[in-house]
Design a protein around this ligand. Sequence first.
Ligand SMILES: [Ca+2]
Ligand SMILES: [Ca+2]
Length: 259
Amino acid sequence: MKFTLMLKRFAFIALLAAVAVAGGALLPALAGAAQGTVRIDSAQAGAGQKADITLSARDVGTPGIGAWTIDVSYDPATVSVVECEAEHGGICNEAFAEDVVRVAGISLAGLMGDTDLAGISFRCEQAGVSLLGVSIDVLSDASLGEPQPIDASVLTGTLTCSEEPPPPTPTPVAPTPTVVAPTPTDAPAEPPASEPEKAPGDADCDEDVDSIDAAHVLQFEARLLAEIACPENADANHDGRVGPIDAAIILQTSAGLLG
Ligand SMILES: [Ca+2]
Ligand SMILES: [Ca+2]
């Protein structure tokens, strides 16, 4: 009898151990959204000199980044922005605000691992230290149809400007935003409610959903485009906001990836 009791206890303990192992194996699956880090590098330069600084995403897991809007802030009293080059077909607006550069983009394939998002060239206007802040406005993964937010941490940087004689002719270059004229349209701004729903994603109302619509949405997000011809179409995920997630969905649609 004692032996049977011991056997039962052993079986019970073995069962508990099996449940614990299974529970542990489930934990990573329950961890949720993809993670990663968005960081901006630090640099040093003399007053009047330029410094090229990289905005990047690090350690991003599957399915990768599908849409992003990231604001880089700086101290305009110490540094100015000379230019910004976005990677992966993204877009930069150096003059998004007096002290903010906006970088936005989309990727159908998803950006995984370590990848550069933009190269920003600053100029030191005087000696001092400018914090380079990173603010994630949108960062979603490359899931089809319903991109999920990526839980990313942020690493800020600094641009340290040392005391050095300025160049003989300091010519501060004012950032010149490219304003793309909105496509003219004869369509009424507010279609009657009874009218059948227009093609979701057709942001420019040319009766076609294509990558141009995605580009318009991105340009609008970066405020390089003042307005969108058909904003109700541009809000592809119907969340009341026109942004890079919509651009990603539009690109997915135009690529025939969605039904
Ligand atoms: Ca269109
Ligand atoms: Ca939307």
